[in-house]
Ligand binder design. Structure first.
Ligand code: NAD
Ligand code: MG
Length: 385
């Protein structure tokens, strides 16, 4: 029986993770849950999965939960609660399903305890890939990717000699704006951007998928997870999302991992690895899939993808600047404060104005994130409103 700590249990990945646990009560149990604010979603989860401890980061929401009848587990609040739970509490696997930079601190605590981390929260690896990679080696921790592309590559690499890999091929659905031109991107609405053709996900990653920043973040994530330079990480648009990603080898052979899009599959794999366990997910019927198509991404139209690739040339804190500027820009777009095509402009401006620090330690990364948020906030007041 593996005890799981879920960071971000009320989000899309968190809810899918709980469904995997629900279906395998003989293999997995929930030891603790953490969320930001939505106690209305957390309360039924507590009643069903009976965690010993929960963390509600928002203080007011935590107080409200303490006053709720029938809730008997221990309740902590604040970022300190998150760090405490990751660093002191009893669990076997940390499932990182928080969104954004906020996932970094608890993930580092789990690494320092040599735990298995089933990682969906890609922003953590984007902002601190170099640091986390070295800590993983030092503390003998293990990251099993939950992001479907990286889970696919992880599975394709098993049993292979890493020196015989020619390149990693990340597939991208292309998002809702695949067939819009650059001019049309100026006027797309929030609802259009939130209408992802293949996946139902949280708002931030859905906007990232529309701008292709999600794929850019995934290129950086793949770089740190598998240790390949950006020249050996290719992105190909594959609108059906059946092939989750591929690995090409020196002999021109290509391995792909496929299946009907369902995040429960990579989540279950990251929890059960090295075992594969049965489930009742939809089976892939190739006779019903009429076609699998592939295109080159348009780097001119989707500038975020290019910006993300470019940060791998300079490395250091540039991916952290890219991520923080993107988090703010997406937040502003979702509030209706800026248009969709301003997202890459805001990120580019931050990358051009904030100093890069090589091989950053944790304090430098935290300071870079704060500095970028301050810079973007100020420049939005002056230039982009
Ligand atoms: P979501 O917005 O649906 O859920 C986010 C969760 O994190 C919620 O439980 C929320 O309470 C919690 N949270 C948010 N901000 C927080 C904060 N500041 N402190 C503490 N908790 C906080 O997001 P999601 O779609 O589930 O995505 C989660 C992560 O997984 C993201 O990094 C995303 O890129 C990655 N991911 C998601 C999918 C997907 O299908 N949804 C696929 C691949 C990767
Ligand atoms: Mg993905």
């Amino acid at each position: 029986m593996k005890k799981i700590l879920i960071l971000g249990s009320t989000g899309s990945i968190g809810i899918n993770t709980l469904d995997v646990v629900r279906k395998h009560p003989d293999k997995f149990s929930v030891s603790a849950l953490t969320i930001n604010t939505r106690i209305d979603l957390l309360i039924p989860q507590i009643k069903e999965f009976k965690p010993e401890l929960v963390v509600v980061v928002d203080e007011t929401a935590a107080k409200n939960l303490k006053n709720t009848a029938g809730i008997n587990c221990k309740i902590l609040s604040g970022v300190e609660g998150l760090v405490y739970i990751a660093s002191n509490f009893d669990y076997d696997i940390l499932l990182g399903a928080m969104v954004g930079f906020a996932g970094l601190l608890p993930t580092i605590e789990a690494v320092k305890r040599g735990k298995r981390i089933a990682l969906a929260n890609k922003e953590t690896l984007v902002v601190a890939g170099e640091l986390i990679t070295s800590l993983i080696e030092e503390y003998k921790a293990e990251i099993i990717p939950v992001d479907s592309e990286h889970s696919a590559i992880y599975q394709c690499l098993i049993g292979e000699n890493i020196n015989e890999v020619e390149k990693l091929i990340l597939t991208a659905s292309g998002g809702p704006f695949l067939n819009k031109n650059e001019k049309e991107l100026e006027t797309v609405t929030i609802n259009e951007a939130l209408a992802h053709p293949n996946w139902k996900m949280g708002n931030k990653i859905t906007i990232d998928s529309a701008s292709l920043m999600n794929k850019g973040l995934e290129v950086i994530e793949a770089h740190w997870l598998f240790g390949f330079p950006k020249e050996k990480i290719e992105v190909v648009i594959h609108p059906q999302s059946i092939i989750h990603s591929m690995v090409e080898f020196k002999d021109c052979s290509i391995k792909a991992q496929m299946g009907i899009p369902d995040m429960r599959l990579p989540i279950q794999y990251a929890l059960s690895f090295p075992e594969r366990i049965e489930n009742d997910f939809a089976k892939t019927d190739f006779k019903k899939i009429k076609e699998l198509t592939f295109f080159e991404p348009d780097f001119e139209k989707f500038k975020c993808l290019k910006l993300a690739y470019d940060t791998l040339s300079s490395s250091g804190t540039t991916p952290c600047i890219l991520n923080a500027a993107n988090e703010i820009a997406v937040e502003k777009f979702l509030k209706g404060d800026i248009s969709f095509n301003k997202i890459p402009d805001i990120i580019d401006n931050a990358l051009n104005n904030i100093e890069n620090h090589k091989s950053p330690d944790l304090d430098t990364i935290i300071e870079c994130d704060k500095e970028t948020r301050r810079f973007v906030g100020k420049s939005l007041l002056c230039n982009f409103s």
